[in-house]
Design a binder for this molecule. Sequence first.
Ligand code: AMP
Length: 438
Amino acid sequence: MRISYSFKQVIEGNDVKNVFQCPKGTKDVLPEEQVYWQHIEAVIRKVVRLYGYEKLDLPIFEETALFQRGVGEGTDIVEKEMYTFQDKGGTFLTLRPEFTASVVRAYIQQGMSSLPRPVKVWSIGPVFRYERPQAGRYRQFHQFNVEAFGEEDPALDFEIMQVAWHLYDMLGFRNLSFQLNSIGCPICKPAYLKRLVDYYRSRETGICDDCRKRLNKNPLRLLDCKTESCRPFIASAPPMYEHLCPECNGHFNTLRSYLDTLKKTYTLNHTLVRGLDYYTKTVFEVWAEGIGAQNAVCGGGRYDGLVEILGGASTPGVGFASGLERIVLALQQQKGSVPPPSPPLAYVSYHGPAAEKKAVELLAGLREKGIEAIMGFGARSLKAQLREADRRKAVFAVLLGDLEMARGETLVKKMDGGMQENVRWDDLASVLMKARIP
Ligand code: AMP
């Protein structure tokens, strides 16, 4: 086995050092970017509560066969993108490339089918795909995932779409585009696929090499080919939503009537087929403006056969996943507002070893009372410590100099000017608490 490292050479004086880099396609989320992540998670929690979804946490890896069977052998994810390894016991495991297969596995394994229907759950966490990294496309990324089981009613498809809508509304997104399609069911899909193949057979010489393979292997994917020369063929291909069986047609029309009644604008898109095998009937995506070619912030749909494929009783399901990195990107691009980080209330600064000891003691007392307080450590000058208090945006600096130590006091200074007063050690917590900005 060849082990390669992604080092970067850094020159320090006369030395050249090899510095480890995070693996290709992964990224560090630094403290300054956390405001976006925390805001998004807080809004997600509000939205799932509004719609009555309960949290489900799942393992990050599962047995490989679950994804082979659940996502589908012919898909890009299973064929090319999974992080699969054999553990020391010889079991083949895969870092989850998506949530739905795991959620369904848990639904069956944990007997969730005996719960009142629909069973509505949400999850959040990292997923892994060996993709070609670019802006907005990573190998480790994060998804917010929502699923509802046990109900065929198109009102539930609508609710699932509404959850996405509501989330992006609350995040203040502008210029979103909802793309909608229906890809039918095992009754109408085979006849449609035959029609699609017939359409393409007479145009076979004009299509790209990949599409020629798709024609035999996975004809539905012909419709989402990104090659320029294939576009005209896609544009005039027969749309699946015009060849649905009466049951799928009724389902699609009812869903569309909900969208129309509630004035949710969407685009019918017959090229939207999604990369996963398990979808039936409704499929949808949400595209955001200004985040580049990788503009899908959300994708989902109905998967009425999946629970059965994975060994459970026949149970309909519908859900979506939204990529958090793309939500962050869209928020940053659209200059969406996020609540500012909450700064510490107090920065305790000191002069000399005795004052440092007192600072450690005072800090312990403040934190016990729920006051966010920090100190600088080490033997830095008071001036340097105040600079640091400013950099950390502390509301108050609490000074312990020689004079304060002799008097059993601190000097409490509001960092943006204004209040400055001597406060006895015992009174420090209550004075800070009173002065706290609501
Ligand atoms: P999918 O499971 O492929 O339908 O993806 C659902 C959502 O996850 C997409 O709409 C994106 O927001 C996000 N996503 C998918 N693949 C990636 C990736 N490689 N990097 C970042 N986000 C992704």
